[in-house]
Design a protein around this ligand. Sequence first.
Ligand code: MN
Length: 747
Amino acid sequence: MVIDAVEEKKEIINRYRRLLRKAKPILEPGDAKLIKKAFTISLEAHKDMRRKSGEPYIFHPLAVAEICVEEIGLGTTSVISALLHDVVEDTDIELSDIERMFGKKITRIIDGLTKISGVFEYGTSAQAENFRKMLFTLSEDVRVILIKLADRLHNMRTLGSMPRNKQLKVASETIYLYAPLAHRLGLNAIKSELEDLYLRFTEEGVYDEIMGKIDDTRASRNKFIKAFISPIKDELDKLKIEYDIKSRPKSAHSIWNKMRKQNIPFEEIYDLFAVRIILDAPLDQEKSCCWQVYSIVTDYYTPNPDRLRDWISTPKANGYESLHTTVMAKNGQWVEVQIRTRRMDEIAEKGYAAHWKYKDSNSTHESNLEKWLVHVRELLERQDLSALEFVDDFRGNLFNEEIFVFTPKGELKTLPNGATALDFAFEIHTDVGARCIGAKVNQKLVPINHVLKNGDQIEILTSAKQNPTEDWLRFVVSSKAKSKIKDVLKEDKKAVAEEGKEILLRKLKQIKVDPNSQMFEKMRAYFRVNSQFDLNFKVGKGLITVNDLKRFKDYKPASPIKSKPQINDARTIEQEISKAKGRYDDILLIGEDMDVVEYKLAKCCTPIPGDEVFGFVTVNEGIKIHRSNCPNATELLANHGNRVIKAKWTSQHEVAFLTGLKIIGTDRVGLINDVSKIISEELKVNMSSISFRVDSGIFHGEIMLYVNDTRHLDFLIRKLEKVEGVVTVNRFDSRNIDSANQEKVNA
Ligand code: MN
């Protein structure tokens, strides 16, 4: 690539000026000077670096700063931090330098944005550790996350120039953590864009198809909307209030979700777009204005009574306020109409930062976010959680729409969708939760795992004799209840382990074994436990008896255990691969050098040649190959990216691979026969198992069979689709959830 240094310098200055222009409305006296200083330092520090696309590195911090200003609505401190966000991690500049030049506040933010360097212990996750570290800073300053989201958004926008395995890793991490986080902070525009970019880089074909269809239907959609809003407009004009009517199709990602969840084609999605009416209403008349518009809309169109959502009276926990209704248009089509004020609209799009702008006006909604932050802080203070557990709990807190329920005295409580009576009990108080034996929901007696609905009124029943068990973890969805139950269980476990410790020492004395540390180490290996705590616990529980201890005493290893090279991450295994080079004759190439090594195919997604795949280094079973769209892929890539290695099919040998097909059709005599005939006779494919079921006239078949590659499979699917009575033929992802879980990290 030829680089025109003069042109490039011009472009850098252009982009810097653009940033200043956009930041201008928020600048206070003296700010411009500080921003210039940060820019100069960043430019100099990154001067020899380029992004994967070949662009000068400084384009990246400049873009992140611009997103902070324009799309999140942040101020000077954030602009400076964004400009400097990569210098400590990637250049010689240290945190102490930043502190000297810009002070403590900015230093803390940049520290939160800098990855932990060094090696991670096996079984931990670098990604999870870094995520937790970033959130630690959050308890002091929310801006860390907002800048991180801007950073992630720009990286996702420019993901095209990254190598494929990096794309998958970054995209998975984004959908696993950052998009839900953006949602939780109310940054809807950024959340939608992150999700769409995820889809674009993981399911390119699907993404292109959906975008193409949105384009193709634009003209007819616009015509429809024009006719739909025309009578509403006439009425609104009479009211003499300022308003805007917008209509946007749903994001590609949410369309894709709908298609998958309801198993319907694009054409059958009825709520492809929503009509949004945005009003300029004075603060004290917001609610009545919105309902007035609701009244106008429903004068013309009949509303669906089940689809009225009033998030003005009770905003969502992330601050979202809006009035939604779904009405029947004149052509028999349902249309969602969203009614809100300009203030509500800005908060819906920009979220957290926009809240501060309207700080005085809306204390309840702000306190919802504040409550959430308090909970995150609590979670961060728990030192017994590993980073992975933390990320898991934290995510549990990001998802789900919430429901509103009431205490017997009528106090409103917000719980995640799917919450049970037990969740509610823990929401009231830890002791109430731990002693909960059941509840009365709307006066009716229900068990502790009863799932609550919007508007339920709940009275918790307790008993002093009640004690939480492991099972309870399956009865709750809120992370608050989960962590409280874990606490109680841990306390119980501690008591058992304490007792076990005493028993163990006594028993060892009986059988005359000297309790020194070397002996305990051998003992832990013999009983296959990870820690002394687990060993004590097992003894306390009676899972290790005195006879077991005697057997351990008499046990002599046949030969000293050879220490195998410890395989910690993908890099180590790639070195091992090089040593083994050329020994195997197979068709899957693995690692940076695209070598041929031994592997196993993951049972959760049963990849076959032609599938896009990646390798995952497991603890005991070497490399496992997963499909990129495996149900477990997102979690593996998001938490254990360092154990992921590239893998690619090359040639397609005549090797058979096991895969599954799901056939749905109308039941008719002879259908099973026709299907199996095609499979075994005409196509000479081997079936490993076949099962059929007929359910009120609908026929469901599941076949496990051996094919050579995806082309072979597609051919087979097309052939089966032509059988009379067959409606759909689909490959299925996972045979069952259990086998999928076993395939996870430690398999
Ligand atoms: Mn960055």
